[in-house]
Design a protein around this ligand. Structure first.
Ligand code: DX5
Ligand code: ZN
Length: 213
C-alpha cells in the first residue's frame, strides 16, 4: 500500500510535537523532516537539535530529507538525532556511495535524491547501495509549489530500471503532491508520497491522508 509522509514544512513549527502526534493519529505512515541549510537551497529550516528533541516526544518513523551541501559532514549527527530514513542529494555530495554505506551501516534506511533538472540516470550506479530514491517533483527549497509534470517521467524510467535489475527499492516523490496527482505518481512507480500543504493545511487531515492514499 502507498505510504504517506507528511512534511512538517507546512505545519505549525512552534507546536511541532503536537503536529506530529496529530498526523500520526490521522494515519500518516511516517513524518517528513526537511532540513535546509541556506546554501544547497535558498531557505533555512531546522537541524539535528530539533529532530533529537522531537525524537523524545514521538515514535513515528522519521523520514529526514537533507537539503544541505556536503551532507557527509552531518549525516551521523542526524542518525544520532533519531532519523529512520536519511536522504541526501547526489548534487550535494562528492562520494554518495560511501555516504550510503555509512548510513546503512548504522541500521538506517539510506536514500539519494535528485532535483528536477538532474537526469535520473545519475542514481543508476547507486541503486545497489540504497534503499530508496527520492525524486523531487518541485525545485527543492519551498513548500506549496505545483508539481512539475516531467518529473513523473523520471519516476517511470527509474521504476523500469529497478524492475529490470530485480531490486526492491522504494521511490519517494516530494513536492506539489495532491489528491489530484497522487494516483499518477503511484502509477508511475512511487511508493511513498511526501505531502506538506495538502495534509497540514487541510482542516481534515485524516481525510486528506486517505484522499492521497
Ligand atoms: C521542498 C520540500 C518538500 C516540501 C513539500 O523542498 O522538500 O518536502 O515540504 O511541500 P508541498 O507538499 O507543500 O509541496
Ligand atoms: Zn522534502
Amino acid at each position: 500500500m502507498t505510504k504517506i509522509s507528511p512534511s512538517v514544512l507546512a505545519a505549525d513549527l512552534s507546536n511541532l510535537a503536537a503536529e506530529v502526534a496529530d498526523i500520526a493519529a490521522a494515519g500518516a505512515d511516517m513524518v517528513h523532516l526537511d532540513v535546509m541549510d541556506g546554501m544547497f537551497v535558498p531557505n533555512i529550516t531546522f537541524g539535528h537539535p530539533v529532530i533529537s528533541s522531537l525524537r523524545r516526544k514521538s515514535n513515528m518513523i522519521f523520514d529526514v530529507h537533507l537539503m544541505i551541501d556536503a551532507p557527509e559532514r552531518y549525516a551521523e549527527q542526524f542518525i544520532d538525532a533519531g532519523a529512520d530514513i536519511l536522504t541526501f542529494h547526489v548534487e550535494a555530495c562528492k562520494d554518495p556511495r560511501s555516504l550510503l554505506e555509512v548510513i546503512r551501516s548504522r541500521g538506517v534506511m539510506a536514500a539519494v535524491s535528485v532535483k528536477p533538472a538532474t537526469p535520473i540516470e545519475e542514481v543508476y550506479p547507486l541503486l545497489d547501495s540504497c534503499d530508496m530514491v527520492l525524486v523531487m517533483t518541485v525545485e527543492p527549497g519551498f513548500g506549496g509549489q505545483g508539481l512539475i509534470p516531467e518529473t513523473l517521467e523520471k519516476v517511470r524510467k527509474l521504476r523500469a530500471e529497478i524492475k529490470k535489475r530485480g531490486l526492491e527499492l522504494e521511490i519517494q516523490v516530494d513536492g506539489g503532491i495532491t489528491p489530484d496527482n497522487a494516483s499518477e505518481a503511484v502509477s508511475a512507480g512511487a511508493t511513498i508520497l511526501v505531502a506538506g500543504s495538502s495534509v497540514f493545511r487541510s482542516n481534515d487531515r485524516k481525510r486528506a491522508i486517505e484522499a492521497l492514499r
